[in-house]
Design a protein around this ligand. Structure first.
Ligand code: SF4
Length: 209
């Protein structure tokens, strides 16, 4: 069944919700454009700075950025070049694998990324005005929708370790390389790295199925 985006044709409950989500995505796009304009950045550059601030260190590469932005390697490389020219990012070898070039925020880039952290405030505030039970239902429903879109390849979910099926808490408490363990990388995981967003995250409790 194929129908237009026109809300009058999407008059079922799922159709109306789909239109509402579409409008929210338009609002996010507009917020990104406006905040980027204020900072002299494109929306892709804004997303890249936030990605480089929060992603697991091993994911902060041109390829990782391409995956996050949903663009080609060449486009992602162009975004990195532009940020490098603005002195917000620099290329450097990954400390634990010198063959891999990572992208690091400069101190100016970190400051800029910090300023962009409030991007979702307006949307959070709108959600906060809903009754608690509606918020809980909305969280369950949106997680299930995101999961379905993730399975279809439309969105890449980056999350922290704590609810990941590969996370082994306190697997080796005396290891100086990290007291936790990531079964995906099969490597120790220091405490501080568990707070980064990871492209390999897989939920321990899968929602929506
Ligand atoms: S795969 Fe899971 S446990 Fe491993 S670093 Fe990513 S989020 Fe953490």
């Amino acid at each position: 069944m194929s129908r237009a985006v026109n809300p009058r044709q999407r008059n079922t409950l799922p159709g109306q919700i789909a239109v509402a989500l579409y409008r929210i995505s338009q609002a996010v796009g507009r917020i990104l454009r406006e905040r980027g304009k204020q900072a002299g950045l494109s929306p892709a550059q804004v997303e890249s700075l936030l990605f480089l601030k929060h992603a697991r260190p091993q994911a902060r590469t041109i390829g990782g950025l391409a995956e996050r932005l949903g663009v080609s390697y060449a486009t992602s490389s162009g975004v990195a070049d532009a940020l490098e020219n603005k002195r917000l990012v620099r290329r450097a070898p990954l400390p634990d694998d010198q063959r891999v070039v990572s992208l690091r925020l400069t101190s100016e880039g970190t400051t800029q990324a910090d300023r962009l952290e409030d991007l979702l405030d307006e949307i959070e505030s709108a959600i906060d005005s809903l009754p608690d039970k509606d918020q809980a239902a909305l969280r369950r429903a949106t997680q299930a929708i995101v999961y379905r879109l993730q399975q279809a390849g439309y969105v890449k979910v980056y999350e922290m370790c704590w609810n990941c099926q590969f996370f082994r808490k306190n697997a080796h408490p005396d290891d100086p390389a990290g007291r936790h363990h990531c079964a995906f990388m099969d490597a120790p995981l220091p405490e501080e790295d568990t707070c980064f967003e990871c492209p390999d995250f897989q939920p321990a409790d899968v929602v929506g199925n």
